[in-house]
Design a protein around this ligand. Structure first.
Ligand code: SER
Length: 323
């Protein structure tokens, strides 16, 4: 029998691209996209779509039963910057949704769960360079707290109830199809949009703020790979460190200037600087590379080339459409 997949939070930055990829790999009829609203029409109109409220156990369960789902990707979350504005909302969404999915797996309605964690699980007392898998973790954002607690619960559900839950600590993800929302690493996406529309970007982080980053294609590959690998290969059931590259805002600006010499950047750090300061500069992901053969592909030069190319095409197409 073919696996039936449900993506919760399919309209978001990672959820949307994951939906497209999973439909391509496993057949559109086997991949059900869901979200709290119809906020991404490309997703809503390109396959099966359901409204699911991740905070509501019954809402998730009804959808799981309706389509005989066996695998859930829980991509709904409030990220770091928005979480600082609405701490209780972030706590409620990020934790309740995880419990609902873990409990559905514990009750054997579903067999397999993917749940993303983040570099936000680390804090200012964590070693910053080449941060190890096992290290001090004292997250200072509500988002980071939810992810760290969530990791503990994932491991607990695996050890106690045999739940097959798999997880990755995503770094900042760069993509051109869907905008990110409410994160601290979002500057690394906005900068490409603004370079094309305005030739100028005012950055909310300082020029030398080094953070771990990854191109969407690599993030999707890691997600698909960890879910496809044999159960025994997944030795870490909290969440795997995952890395590709690290760069600063100035380095992105310089790489854009290679293509657009007139591009200008200014820096006005806001509350997100403090969040970025508490996170690692680079990540040691040797367990992922060892256990299920993770390997990234895209460096900053590749990312800049692809982002500028795709976004140029997208903006030109939308100008033509509005004519
Ligand atoms: N991209 C996320 C954020 O900035 C980190 O996981 O909040």
């Amino acid at each position: 029998m073919k696996s039936k997949i449900l993506i919760i939070g399919a309209c978001g930055q990672i959820g949307s691209e994951l939906t497209f990829k999973l439909r391509e790999l496993y057949g559109a009829e086997n991949v059900i996209a869901s979200d709290i609203s119809y906020s991404n029409l490309d997703i809503v109109n390109s396959g099966i779509f359901e409204i699911v409220d991740a905070k509501n156990y019954a809402s998730v369960k009804v959808c799981v039963e309706k389509y005989k789902i066996d695998t859930v990707y829980l991509m709904a979350a409030i990220l770091s910057a928005t979480g600082e504005k609405y701490p209780m909302k972030a706590w409620d969404l990020n934790m309740e949704s995880l419990f609902h999915v873990l409990n559905l797996a514990r009750a054997k309605f579903i067999k397999k769960v993917f749940w993303p964690s983040s570099i936000a699980v680390f804090g200012s007392t964590t070693p910053k360079e080449y941060t190890p898998q096992y290290t001090i973790m004292e997250p200072s954002t509500v988002y980071g707290i939810t992810k760290q607690v969530g990791e503990r619960w994932c491991e607990y559900y695996h050890n106690k109830y045999g739940v097959d839950v798999r997880s990755l600590r995503y770094p900042g993800i760069i993509s051109w199809k869907t905008l990110p929302g409410g994160g601290t690493t979002d500057y690394a996406v906005e900068i490409y949009h603004k370079a094309i529309t305005d030739g100028f970007y005012d950055c909310f982080l300082k020029e030398d703020t080094m953070l771990p980053m990854m191109f969407m294609d690599d993030a999707i590959k890691a997600t698909v790979d960890i879910m496809a690998t044999k159960k025994d290969n997944v030795k870490i059931r909290s969440s795997y460190n995952l890395a590709a590259i690290s760069f600063t805002p100035k380095e992105v600006a310089d790489s854009i200037k290679q293509h657009m010499p007139d591009f200008k950047m200014t820096y006005h750090p806001d509350y997100r600087q403090e969040i970025a300061n508490s996170w690692p500069k680079s990540i040691n992901d040797s367990y992922a590379r060892q256990d299920w053969k993770w390997k990234h592909q895209f460096n900053l030069k590749d990312i800049t080339q692809e982002m500028l190319f795709q976004l140029n095409k997208k903006y030109k197409a939308s100008i033509n459409e509005s004519k």
